[in-house]
Design a protein around this ligand. Structure first.
Ligand code: FAD
Ligand code: NAP
Length: 534
């Protein structure tokens, strides 16, 4: 019989997306034993689940890729600036094979429950295969955008045709040719998939509740000279990314949008629009801080929409007006706005006529009934906290994470939680996470966790837990930084506003990737200040 005071493994990792995969690799190299549990039947996480037409990254692939292996980054060839979902999934599979990760991952296995045992100081992790594993450290690499969300509408499940959620797309090809299709949602997933679905469908109806700001991707194959130049200096390039604002090397803008006259401002925006991508209009330093500055960028994009969309009233419906530019996640598209010039594509403004119910044949708004052959829900995720609270996690003294986070997530550094010793959340709430190139943030968290548990091993320590004071101070700092910006003005998923009943608090840390890294490093160098180690 096994000794219940001893762990089965040093570390249990939940999730085999980019975070779980890199963590497994580092754990093995450092000589820790581990088990990785993954609900899917393969690696890739986001890129395993989100197989909708048009899915691709919106951060350039030379940036949105692992930096930990010089061999990998030199040998892997991205075929486009923004790689498609199948290519990114192939990359994840290649990494799993290259570093021999598959053999330590239990696929088709969900973690349902995790209980901290005060007596042994071990976590007891229960899986959907009803196995319980004891471990010293428990890491949630469960992803910020992995819990998909359907609209809370009467009649769900009554539609007799096929329905799809972009975050849970089938593995076989879906052909919409000749069909009447309805798409609900115009966030990044809707905006990427709508032009592709429109190219197949006989009729496409898009249901928009809130219009989004979207930048052109100007995608295409990578310039071989640029690629060679980046590869020649990849270590320095990655270093710059690590200390940047959002995890992509860029010189920060130094001027206010209000320091220049309208003509110069619009010339700079135009040049940025021609470059495209998320950072295209990031030519001024106060767009997310000052409403007046922000209005200039917002109006520039609205004018672009007006110039692309033929019908003026339709163009106005597509123009975002009730939140500042960039405070809902910006989108990056390939022909989104021009899709609405097609005769067989229709936009329904749900602000005027809200969705009322799903019916057996389609959907109903307050003033019309629509019949479809297929419905696509591009309705997003219970972001950042969903995958964590979905597991029944109990820490010291029967404290559950679900109850503890009832009024919003509480973390120290977005990584750890008071009352939950040896528990870590990769890219958790309170870290830069979704406001960054996630690859940079994932690697940073994994490296920090590895340094921490190696330090504990060397020092003969078995437990680390943040103090409630450090956690509270960090929470206040996260909110204070957000309050300096315009982000709280938007009803975004960054604020938890997309899920009914979810507390409205800022979820990611807006202080910047480089600044955040310095803080985390200082905490470690100072002997893990803010933590109780025993
Ligand atoms: P995930 O990739 O989400 O992996 C988490 C894994 O955990 C999943 O496979 C899930 O099945 C598993 N899991 C969750 N709960 C459990 C459980 N209880 N038991 C077992 N397994 C569980 N970020 C960028 O920086 N740039 C981009 O261009 C970009 N594009 C994106 C496009 C889409 C469509 C989406 C949805 C997100 C995008 N993101 C992007 C964010 C993306 O989620 C991250 O970049 C990154 O892939 C997250 O990796 P991860 O390993 O942390 O989480
Ligand atoms: P999202 O941004 O949350 O968008 C969901 C859309 O569905 C919104 O337009 C929302 O409207 C609408 N919606 C939700 N519930 C609704 C309801 N009951 N009735 C009507 N409309 C409803 O989700 P997402 O598009 O899946 O993107 C999530 C995040 O994943 C992105 O922000 C990004 O970080 C990442 N992502 C990235 C890419 C990429 O380009 N690489 C692609 C996809 C996703 P409201 O705005 O009014 O709530």
């Amino acid at each position: 019989m096994s000794d219940s005071t001893q762990p089965d493994v040093d570390v249990v990792v939940v999730g085999a997306g980019f975070a779980g995969m890199y963590l497994l690799h580092r754990l093995r190299e450092a000589g820790f034993t581990s088990r990785v549990f993954e609900r899917a039947d393969d690696v890739g996480g986001t890129w395993y689940w989100n197989r909708y037409p048009g899915a691709r990254c919106d951060i350039r692939s030379i940036d949105y890729s692992y930096s930990f292996s010089p061999g990998l980054e030199q040998e892997w060839e991205w075929s486009e600036k923004f790689a498609t979902q199948p290519e990114i999934l192939r990359y994840a599979q290649h990494v799993a094979e290259r570093f021999d990760l598959y053999r330590d991952i239990d696929f088709e296995t969900s973690v349902d429950k995790a209980v901290y045992d005060d007596d042994s100081g071990l976590w007891h992790i229960t899986t959907s295969r009803t196995e319980t594993v004891r471990c010293r450290h428990y890491v949630m690499a469960t992803g910020c955008l992995s819990t998909s969300k359907l609209p809370e509408l009467p009649g769900h499940g009554s539609f007799t045709g096929p329905t799809y959620h972009t975050g849970h797309w089938p593995h076989h090809e879906i052909d919409f040719t000749g069909l009447r299709v309805g798409v609900v949602g115009t966030g990044s997933s809707g905006i990427q998939s709508i032009p592709v679905i429109a190219s197949q469908a006989a009729e496409l109806t898009v249901f928009q509740r809130t219009p989004n700001f979207s930048m052109p991707a100007h995608n295409g194959s990578n310039d071989p000279d640029e690629l060679a130049a980046v590869k020649a200096e990849y270590p320095e390039y990655r270093q710059r990314a690590k200390y940047s604002a959002v995890g992509v090397p860029a010189d920060p803008p130094t001027r206010s949008a209000l320091d220049v006259d309208e003509e110069e401002r619009n010339q700079l925006y135009e040049a940025g629009w021609q470059i495209g991508g998320l950072g295209g209009l990031g030519v001024f330093n106060d767009l997310r801080l000052n409403q007046q500055a922000n209005d200039t960028a917002a109006e520039f994009v609205r004018n672009k929409i007006r110039s692309i969309v033929d019908e003026p009233e339709l163009a106005e419906t597509l123009c975002p007006t009730d939140y500042p530019y960039g405070t809902k996640r910006l989108c990056v598209d390939d022909g989104y706005y021009s899709t609405f010039n097609l005769d067989h594509v229709r936009l329904v403004d749900l602000k005027k006529t809200p969705l009322e119910r799903i019916t057996t044949t389609g959907v109903e708004t307050t003033d019309e009934s629509f019949e479809f052959d297929a419905i696509v829900f591009a309705t997003g995720f219970d972001a950042m906290t969903g995958a964590i609270v979905n597991v029944d996690i109990t820490g010291v003294g029967d404290r559950t994470i679900k109850n503890y986070w009832e009024d919003g997530p509480k973390t120290y550094l977005g990584l750890t939680v008071a009352g939950f010793p040896n528990f870590y959340a990769i890219t958790g709430p309170g870290s830069p996470s979704v406001l960054s190139n996630m690859m940079v943030s994932i690697e940073q968290h994994v490296d920090w966790i590895m340094d921490c548990i190696e330090h504990m091993r060397e020092a003969g320590l078995t437990s680390i837990e943040p103090t409630p004071e450090a956690e509270a101070q960090w929470g206040e700092h996260v909110v204070a930084v957000a309050d300096l910006t315009l982000y709280p003005k938007a009803n975004s998923w960054y604020m938890g506003a997309n899920v009914k009943g979810k507390p409205r608090v800022i979820l990611p840390y807006i202080g910047g990737v480089g600044e955040y890294r310095r803080i985390c490093d200082e905490v470690a160098v100072s002997g893990y200040s803010g933590f109780i180690l025993s």
